[in-house]
Design a protein around this ligand. Structure first.
Ligand SMILES: C[S@@+](CC[C@H](N)C(=O)[O-])C[C@H]1O[C@@H](n2cnc3c(N)ncnc32)[C@H](O)[C@@H]1O
Length: 381
């Protein structure tokens, strides 16, 4: 048998194979996600949501009620959503701050941002102004209700200057990736589908995950796996990457996933058929993919830039909320909010992080590691 147990025999010479019906367990992305063709499968979104799954091409906002309660957006507020994504939180903010309020959205993913702009415009009946990299927003009178910037959230201070206002009422960030990014094999974020090892949130970044795997030394790779994802087999995985790339570059998500299994000494069949299987079990390659993604996008230093600037971008009485998804992020958020409180920049900070309840985790398993923290500045005279 060929090494890939699931590969199919090729067609016999001279005979052209008919396009095959994908069946009930299709393997190809475009066959698998019928909801990507709503014209052909109009009920698919409802059907998938009823099963507690997220339709491809969409994203379910996590801790939505908790974010709205903690940040209490009011009519007339100016809100910055630093990570617009699919616009789930943004839409909820907009419904609470209009009339009179404004939403300023930022995202690194230009393609998604343009789609979300269109979706928000259709759903709210408001025109959306899009600010592309290198553009300076026009100071139209009055300013638009929704302005979306294709920018890193580390530029929030500059955005404040470009908006020409003294501060925001609410700043919010929902870190990490959207479901659309995770589910798209061409982005290379997930081991679930084969795709190029890209992992850039912003395609203008110079180095992909494949570039890093080709160039980083074994110590740097192992340290990244350990510190960015607590990977217990960090040394073995890093050594195998460096050893394997000497023969052939590692460029595909599935290659990396197989390599992690090999370094951990388990087969995919053993993993699939493990006796003590529980929902939410962490896939053996999950930590490696997480560490690489954080490294490719330099996520932690970007987060620190944001945390440093936010207290100076909030108006009197302003609120700041962050949802993080792993301890590397949450520890930084907790420390920055607490040191801001001690320095008098924040008047109050949440005592404990807020996490999703069992109902949310069941209906949206991707919410399971979400963790919300908030802080508020006092009334400045
Ligand atoms: C979890 S999703 C946000 C989902 C959104 N809250 C919703 O309800 O649809 C995170 C988004 O943040 C973006 N992002 C991550 N890091 C960023 C950064 N440093 N600056 C701007 N956007 C970023 C990603 O591209 C992604 O679209």
């Amino acid at each position: 048998m060929s090494p890939d147990e699931h590969s199919e025999p090729g067609p016999s010479p001279g005979r052209r194979r008919r396009p095959r019906y994908p069946g009930t367990h299709p393997k190809r992305f475009e066959h698998r996600y019928k909801e990507l063709e709503p014209d052909k499968h109009p009920d698919m979104h409802d059907h998938i949501r009823a099963q507690g799954r997220t339709p491809a091409g969409t994203h379910v906002p996590v801790l939505l009620d908790e974010v709205m309660t903690a940040l209490a957006p009011q009519p007339g507020d100016v809100v910055v959503d630093c990570t617009v994504g699919y616009g789930g939180h943004a839409e909820a903010f907009l419904r609470r701050i209009t009339p009179g309020g404004r939403l300023i959205g930022l995202d690194l993913d230009g393609e998604q941002l343009a789609r979300t702009g269109q979706r928000l415009a259709d759903s709210l009946g408001e025109p959306v102004a899009l600010v592309l990299p290198g553009d300076v927003p026009s100071r139209g009178q009055p300013p638009p209700t929704i302005r979306l910037y294709h920018r890193h959230f580390g530029s929030i201070g500059r955005v404040l200057g470009e908006e020409g206002i003294s501060g925001f009422d609410v700043v919010f960030a929902d870190l990490g990736l959207s479901s659309m990014q995770i589910d798209d094999p061409a982005r290379g974020f997930s081991f679930k589908h084969d795709g190029p090892l890209d992992m850039r949130m912003d395609v203008r970044r110079p180095h992909t995950a494949a570039d890093l795997l080709a160039s980083l030394d074994v110590q740097t790779l192992a340290a990244a796996l350990r510190t960015l994802a607590d990977e217990p087999a960090a040394d073995a995985i890093a050594r195998l990457i460096v050893n394997r790339r000497g023969r052939q570059p590692i460029t595909r998500t599935r290659e990396l996933m197989r390599l992690v299994f090999e370094a951990k000494g388990i087969s995919m069949r053993q993993w699939r058929e493990r006796p003590e299987r529980r929902p939410g079990d962490l896939h053996p390659a999950a930590r490696t993919f997480q560490a690489l993604r954080i490294l490719v996008n330099d996520e932690l230093s970007g987060l620190e830039q944001l945390l440093r600037q936010v207290p100076y971008c909030l108006r009197s009485g302003g609120r700041f909320g962050v949802i993080s998804f792993h301890s590397g992020e949450d520890d930084r958020v907790a420390a920055a909010l607490e040191s801001g409180r001690q320095a008098g920049l924040y008047e109050s900070v949440c005592e404990h992080s807020i996490t999703p309840g069992p109902t949310e985790v069941t209906s949206n398993p991707r919410s399971r590691s979400a963790c919300l923290r908030w802080a508020a500045v006092g009334c400045r005279l």
